[in-house]
Write a protein that binds this ligand. Structure first.
Ligand SMILES: [Zn+2]
Length: 290
């Protein structure tokens, strides 16, 4: 290889590292929420030019990284571990075309457009484990209202819930991720921090929840608490699902996270809970597992 092309390659690689991008293929498809989006994620991996939905081509911006995890700091995020091997570069990335859909699927394979910012973010009138009116207190309006109802419902059962971390903008995620890359290098950063566009918190439809004392907030010891039990049993009645259920790590890409709930609407939540499936399966991004 000529020296100039080596230099160009090195430059391209370093730029990639700075932007959190890789040379993985990117493809724009609609969120596989509609029946038209059925088929496995694997089957879509190499279907480069045809989208299952014409609307899918409306979004052209691409995020190209795989691999979510969450943030390093429990104060900012919760989810600290990715259940899968950090090297998921074999996974193709798809940019969701309808990021504003309430049932949008966002994971390591289906990423939000870089420019997406929910237009209806509000501060839910509920407790949080912190006082400040900051970004991570926000949720999209419909999810915020459902959260208010759910917290009230829990109180009737003597369970007092509090928000830990909700919305996180792409910009915030990118800044956090880039800081981790500077600190530990991209490969390691990817094992514990979500690549921008791949965190469900960026939808404004997900929130980490704990008890009011914040004990075990977004950590494994939340499992088995009264609050976790209440959420597992009742969250779907309010349109929320436990997004990363136990035993579904290979599907969601995450270990069990009893504290991370995702608003999908009552109808979808009821079906997901009743069938014991994941949002991936409900969205038909992958076949239902037995
Ligand atoms: Zn979370």
């Amino acid at each position: 290889m000529k020296k100039t092309s080596v230099t160009a390659l090195l430059l391209a690689l370093s730029l990639s590292a700075l932007t959190g991008c890789t040379s993985e293929k990117k493809e724009t498809v609609s969120s596989p929420v509609s029946p038209a989006g059925s088929g496995t994620a694997e089957s879509k991996t190499n279907s480069s030019n045809h989208s299952p939905n014409p609307a899918a081509n409306s979004t052209t911006e691409g995020k190209t990284n795989s691999n979510e995890g969450a943030l390093k700091s429990p104060a900012d995020s919760g989810e600290a571990n990715s259940a899968t091997d950090p090297d998921t570069s074999k996974d193709a990335q798809h940019v969701v075309a309808q990021p504003e859909s309430i049932a949008v699927l966002v994971n390591k394979q289906f990423v939000l457009p870089e420019s997406y910012e929910p237009s209806d973010l509000v501060y839910p009138n509920t407790r949080f484990i912190f006082k400040e009116k900051v970004e991570k207190r926000k949720l999209r309006k419909e999810a915020a209202e459902a959260l208010e109802q759910m917290f009230k419902g829990a109180e009737k059962d003597g369970v007092y819930l509090a928000g830990v971390s909700a919305y996180r903008s792409y910009t915030t995620q990118k800044s956090l991720f880039n800081n981790y890359v500077k600190q530990d290098g991209e490969k390691k950063a990817r094992t514990y921090s979500a690549v921008p566009g791949t965190s469900e918190h960026e939808t404004g439809l997900a929130i980490d929840v704990s008890g009011t004392n914040g004990k075990c907030a977004a950590t494994d010891c939340f499992a088995g608490t009264r609050e976790a039990g209440w959420l597992a049993e009742h969250a779907p009645e309010y349109g929320f699902i436990i997004r990363y259920p136990k035993g579904k790590e290979s599907i969601t890409g995450y270990k069990y996270e009893p504290w991370h709930i995702r608003y999908v609407g009552k109808k979808a939540a009821a079906q997901i809970a009743q069938k014991g499936i994941t949002l991936e399966e409900y969205s038909r991004a992958i076949p239902v597992s037995k």
